[in-house]
Write a protein that binds this ligand. Sequence first.
Ligand SMILES: NC(=O)C1=CN([C@@H]2O[C@H](COP(=O)(O)OP(=O)(O)OC[C@H]3O[C@@H](n4cnc5c(N)ncnc54)[C@H](OP(=O)(O)O)[C@@H]3O)[C@@H](O)[C@H]2O)C=CC1
Ligand SMILES: Nc1nc2c(ncn2[C@@H]2O[C@H](COP(=O)(O)O)[C@@H](O)[C@H]2O)c(=O)[nH]1
Ligand SMILES: [K+]
Length: 347
Amino acid sequence: MIIENDLKLDFKDVLIRPKRSTLESRNDVDIERTFRFVHSGLEWTGFPLIAANMDVVGTMAVARALSRFGAMTALHKHYPAESLISFFRDEDTANVFYSLGTTEADYDKFQAVKAKAPVGKLCLDVANGYTERFVRFIARMRKENPDIVIMAGNVVTGDMAEALLLAGADIIKVGIGPGSVCTTRKMTGVGYPQLSAIIECADAAHGLKGQVCGDGGCTVPGDISKAYGAGADFVMLGGMLAGHDECEGDIRYEERGGQKVPVAMTFYGMSSDTAMHKYAGGVASYRASEGKTVEVPYRGPVDGTMQEIMGGVRSMMTYIGATKLKEVSKRTTFVRVGAQLNTVFGG
Ligand SMILES: NC(=O)C1=CN([C@@H]2O[C@H](COP(=O)(O)OP(=O)(O)OC[C@H]3O[C@@H](n4cnc5c(N)ncnc54)[C@H](OP(=O)(O)O)[C@@H]3O)[C@@H](O)[C@H]2O)C=CC1
Ligand SMILES: Nc1nc2c(ncn2[C@@H]2O[C@H](COP(=O)(O)O)[C@@H](O)[C@H]2O)c(=O)[nH]1
Ligand SMILES: [K+]
């Protein structure tokens, strides 16, 4: 029996220590980054935030809205080929990932889309990025698509981040079990605290000139700043982007003052009963669901949330004296804390 005694940390366990700074305004910082991807050799510039490839948030409408902020979207896997063909053929998709798993059906659909429309970025997304099958799949996709940016995951340790990079991924997606609608840790006992997972995978990936995307577990804008501080090149969000007009899913209305007003929207994990009933005709007898279905408050257009997120990141940068987002991880010192919020009037 091996027990790792090093303490592993989550976003809630740390704060970022302020540092002396010459910056005078939150308007003076640059939250864009430019990356050149190691295998595809392509370059991308923008605000490195990605809407998760989940039914509710990985939508074409979210992609259009986030792109106006220079941010990205990984479309969910369940759009029919025809919709994907017209989207990738007719719209600006510099900030859009086409997502797929390792099934033959996913592969065939991608081949059909690729034959008719230019796809520049792929998100190879499976729950468990530790399988030999997944490594082989990445290698095959890289060989067949030398000029496409490939993001792949999920993993949480440096050894496997390296393995996926060496197999052909440009960006490693990091996170097992931190998600807002994830029940993997509860159901399986498997996982890794997200802040440490990002730190360790970033260290491994950067050594090989790859990038990492911290996926899951951000609950407030400050968590996104901590993810960048830990070394995440990109941050992926599900729950924080749910509940908006551009999302897919049912809105619940309530009668208020004689008017019907929208109050809540459904959000669910891609491994939840809801998703499995929708796409697989139920939960296979040998599996258990590893996601849940929740209601989130209705929040109107996603623009407001994006402004809050970007404002939070800009402010963090002035607190630590980082002019460019690229400098944030170098200028970050985390302090371990026992508590970080004053909850006297609620969370
Ligand atoms: N980041 C995270 O912590 C997690 C994320 N998710 C999200 O939900 C999506 C749907 O997940 P899901 O339908 O469960 O699976 P995936 O879409 O990831 O993959 C399914 C394939 O992997 C095989 N597999 C082997 N071991 C596992 C395992 N432990 N968990 C899942 N699949 C396994 C499955 O075979 P078989 O079914 O025969 O076993 C199947 O062939 C994922 O693509 C991901 O986006 C889901 C869970 C965890
Ligand atoms: N274990 C599960 N993880 C899931 C499921 N559906 C999505 N996910 C992961 O969560 C992130 C988003 O996290 P959030 O905290 O920002 O909401 C997403 O990108 C997936 O990696 C699921 O059913 N089970
Ligand atoms: K995802």
